[in-house]
Design a protein around this ligand. Structure first.
Ligand code: NDP
Length: 274
């Protein structure tokens, strides 16, 4: 029987993960199936039990399931433990459920290796304090930025997130209404606003000359935040397609023991949306 993998989340229709993992499988000459399934937080326990009891090998979890996936895992990688968010699950030989978080390493690789965006000694604004922000904050701080400011609609959620990572570097929290007058080398949008075509309420002139913008979300068209970055004069204003491919490659390596090349896959994803 062919090994089965899938991504769970809601909404899930837009997910490119099946295409990416199929391309990785062809490239590394592995035989596997990778599907997608709409699963809400309420349905998660039942869906996960059914998937693994019917022989499923590994799962990715996306919005809004990363925090419940963390709770569900019996064992976790160090980076998942700290982030309290899990995007990759697999069953270990002893039958326990193992959770990892590959989002942070995926983002850092796309920023630094694929796009040449420096993180060391930079001032970074991180918008959002959900599962994605939890996954990327630790790996971003590992790159020794000068400072990271986390702004969120629900300010208390940003404060809680920052408290969990305080020991790793210079990181603070605030609300969107406190941003005016600050200046950043890099602005990362990890809110789910782009999924509904929205933009967080951002003042002008946040970006330093030569600064860059990066939306973790992606779609067929440029996201509202990518367009905002362009209008603000960003040197680069990118969406999360490269991160998507990189976090998937890290999950694939965990499941299959081989790390696929991402450049061709990113090129195909770009071509597929014209
Ligand atoms: P969560 O549901 O866990 O968190 C959502 C966050 O977005 C919260 O901070 C929430 O604020 C904020 N938010 C939602 N709507 C709005 C809005 N209209 N205006 C301002 N803030 C808003 O989602 P995730 O953290 O898991 O995902 C966030 C984004 O990152 C998604 O777009 C997802 O697709 C993308 N992503 C991309 C990846 C990739 O590989 N490219 C990987 C992981 C995520 P509040 O706390 O106030 O509710």
């Amino acid at each position: 029987m062919v090994d089965r993998y899938a991504v769970f989340g809601q909404p899930i229709g837009h997910s490119k993960s099946p295409m990416i993992h199929q391309l990785f499988a062809e490239q590394t000459e592995q035989s596997l199936e990778y599907g997608k399934q709409a699963v809400s937080v309420e349905q998660f326990d039942e869906a996960i039990a059914r998937f693994f009891s019917s022989g499923g090998k590994g799962l990715n979890c996306t919005v809004p399931l990363k925090e419940v996936a963390w709770e569900k895992a019996d064992k976790r990688s160090e980076r998942a433990e700290l982030s309290r968010a899990v995007n990759t699950l697999m069953v270990l030989d002893d039958g326990s459920l193992y959770g990892d978080n590959t989002d942070g390493v995926g983002l850092v690789r796309d920023l630094t290796e694929n796009n040449g965006i420096a993180l060391k000694a930079q001032k970074i604004l991180l918008l959002g304090a959900g599962g994605a922000s939890r996954g990327i904050l630790g790996p971003l701080l590992d790159q020794l930025p000068d400072a990271i400011l986390v702004a969120n609609r629900t300010v208390e959620r940003a404060a809680k997130l920052v408290a969990d990572f305080q020991h790793k570097g210079n990181v603070r929290s605030c609300g969107f209404d406190e941003l005016a007058g600050n200046h950043f080398d890099l602005i990362l949008n990890a809110t789910a606003a782009s999924l509904t075509g929205d933009l967080p309420p951002l003042p002008d002139n946040l970006l330093k000359p030569g600064g860059c913008c990066y939306d973790l979300a992606y779609g067929a068209e440029k996201t509202a935040f990518v367009r905002w970055g362009e209008a603000q004069g960003a040197r680069l204003s990118l969406d999360g397609v490269g991160m998507l491919a990189e976090q998937a490659a890290e999950a694939f390596k965990l499941w299959r023991g081989v790390k696929p090349e991402t450049a061709q896959v990113i090129a195909k994803l770009e071509a597929a949306r014209g």
